[in-house]
Design a protein around this ligand. Structure first.
Ligand SMILES: [Zn+2]
Length: 114
């Protein structure tokens, strides 16, 4: 969620270069109660049929519900990164992730396949 959806008071605090303790008192708009804390987060994006993980993203994270907010220039940089297509040679490392199939209670996937 872009930070621009936060209340005005949160926006004003970002007028100054955000270092450590500037935006800490911003409130979460998702649960309207949690305080936002600056934190490095990671996110996963679909890139075609593949998944890429971006870590070390500076975000504001709600201490109550975990909602993550990106500042405008962070969101913009993510868009720029997405625009470059995430060439594999720029990846710092690779990871393997387990894949699951959503199961509806009462159905058996094995039996459905012919
Ligand atoms: Zn929240």
């Amino acid at each position: 969620m872009p930070l621009s959806e936060l209340p005005d008071q949160a926006q004003e605090e970002h007028a100054a270069p955000a270092s450590e303790a500037t935006a800490e008192q911003a409130m979460c708009t998702a649960c309207s109660g949690g305080f936002l804390t600056r934190q490095d987060v990671k996110t996963a994006l679909w890139e075609g049929e593949g998944l890429v993980v971006i870590e070390g993203i500076a975000a504001l994270v709600c201490q109550s519900c975990g909602e993550q907010y990106y500042e405008d220039d962070t969101a913009m940089k993510l868009d720029l990164m997405r625009g470059t297509g995430f060439s594999a040679e720029n990846a710092v490392r690779s990871m393997t992730v387990p894949v699951f199939v959503f199961e509806t209670p009462g159905t058996d996937h094995e039996a459905e396949e012919k």
